[in-house]
Ligand binder design. Structure first.
Ligand SMILES: *Cc1c(COP(=O)(O)O)cnc(C)c1O
Length: 428
């Protein structure tokens, strides 16, 4: 007798290949993805669909500042979602006002605008700059080579890397790039049309974790004052206490004469701000926020009570648990240990850069085991770390980034270091 069985339901069966198939059929292939699919996480660990555990030193690209499945974030989400998720920016809500108050307190006298991503936060800064220079016909924004400012049309025009622009010409007008960390190059590039300078205080994506010097920051401030330019800093990746201070320029200028009074004119934020809940923001120094008067800028979801409640909870936990200090101390330990590894295996590791828990490890160009594969050394190194149970993020072709949760423990760091050393020694 013929057996009549119902068709199996079209559900994902926790297999990487099945999930990949779903993507191949239905998702635009704009990302180069690793062959890993994750189902859940806890703290600094995530588990893949096969139940294998990984130590996540990438933190979702500097996003999961309190790690995965943080219970206090979960409660904040639940509590706020029971009251009010969204009402739009036609009305006032308290969480948005309170979050803005916190950011102003942490940065300086000014005002905030809320959006949903880093690219969008930077868009707000471009519009602020254009408004600022509009009556004088000034519109040009100077950014750095190897910078990364997001994937919007203006974002790729702002980014100082050809690979993000290719195929999307014509570029949005009004952006020029100069060598990073070079004050004279910046001075020379300023034209009568220039209105602002935008830099990352630590280049992430494009620069492979390269900080600017304190002299450069102080010099830019003077130069911008002299030429009446807005000084804008993209802190989307380096910000939110990752370096041990709220914003990375504050860390870079620590103890530097004149550093404590330094303020940029605009700052963009996102990534760690919501710990995984999508929220972005920009801060504009007093009085520039007023340039964006009613009706000039907006976004439907920006500053939604749910996102702001989560961001407020994250700040509360960071203060209470002294996570800025942890980022500083744990980051310093990690960097020192990686520097010793570099000395021990100079054929594999070229150098270590960064501040706090934003660290870049540069690989040597000629690692023999990587020569037969066309994939970049950074991607091949990440793949080997995956096989050994650790996640990191490639930057460019030869750097891996370590951007873990700010509450990463000493034990976890030591575990990560053991795995990194095992991979490095296997390549030596
Ligand atoms: C990630 C990043 C962006 C873009 O943020 P999205 O949220 O992806 O739009 C912009 N600037 C820097 C420095 C970044 O690291």
């Amino acid at each position: 007798m013929k057996e009549i069985l119902p068709q199996p339901p079209a559900v994902v069966r926790n297999e990487v290949s099945r999930i990949q198939e779903l993507f191949q059929r239905n998702v635009i292939p704009s990302y180069g993805r690793f062959e890993l699919a994750f189902t859940h996480g806890k703290g600094s660990y995530v588990w893949d669909v096969n139940g294998r555990r990984y130590l996540d030193l990438g933190g979702g690209i500097a996003v999961c500042g309190l790690g995965h499945a943080n219970e206090e974030i979960t409660s904040a989400l639940i509590e706020q979602s029971k009251r009010l998720v969204h009402v739009s920016n036609l009305y006032y809500t308290e969480p948005q006002g309170r979050l803005a108050e916190q950011l102003v307190r942490l940065i300086g006298s000014g005002h905030c605008f809320f959006c949903n991503s880093g690219g969008e936060a930077n868009e707000g800064l471009y519009k602020l700059a254009r408004k600022f220079g509009h009556d004088e016909g000034r519109f040009e924004i100077i950014t750095a080579q190897n910078s990364f400012h997001g994937r919007t049309l203006a974002g790729i025009a702002a980014s100082g890397q050809d690979k993000v622009k290719k195929g999307f010409e014509p570029a949005v007008a009004g952006f020029r790039h100069v060598p990073y960390n070079d004050l004279e190059a910046m001075r020379a590039a300023i034209s009568p049309a220039t209105v602002a300078v935008l830099i990352e205080a630590i280049q992430g994506e494009g620069g492979g974790v390269t900080p600017v010097s304190p002299e450069y920051l102080l010099g830019l401030r003077k130069l911008c004052d002299e030429k009446k330019l807005l000084l804008l800093i993209d802190e989307v990746q380096a910000g939110h206490f990752r370096t041990g201070r709220f914003q990375s320029w504050q860390r870079i200028l620590e103890g530097v004469p004149g550093g404590e009074t330094f303020l940029p004119d605009g700052v963009s934020m996102a990534k760690s701000l919501g710990g995984g809940f999508p929220i972005g923001a920009f801060w504009a120094r007093e009085p520039y926020g007023a340039l964006l008067s009613a009706g000039t800028h907006g976004t439907t979801f920006g500053g939604t009570p749910l996102g702001c409640a989560v961001a407020l909870k994250i700040l509360e936990v960071i203060y209470r648990d002294h996570l800025a200090d942890n980022a500083r101390a744990t980051g310093q330990f990690l960097k020192n240990e990686l520097a010793s590894l570099t000395q021990k295996y100079p054929g594999v590791l070229k150098g270590v850069r960064g501040l706090g828990l934003m660290i870049g490890v540069e690989l040597n160009a000629g690692i023999p085991a990587f020569q037969s594969d066309i994939k970049s050394a950074a991607v091949q190194f990440c793949n080997r770390l995956h096989a050994a149970g650790v996640l990191t993020i490639p930057a460019g072709t030869a750097v891996i980034r370590i951007l873990p949760p700010l509450n990463l423990s000493r034990n976890e760091v030591e575990e990560g270091l053991r795995v990194i050393e095992s991979v490095v020694s296997s390549l030596a």
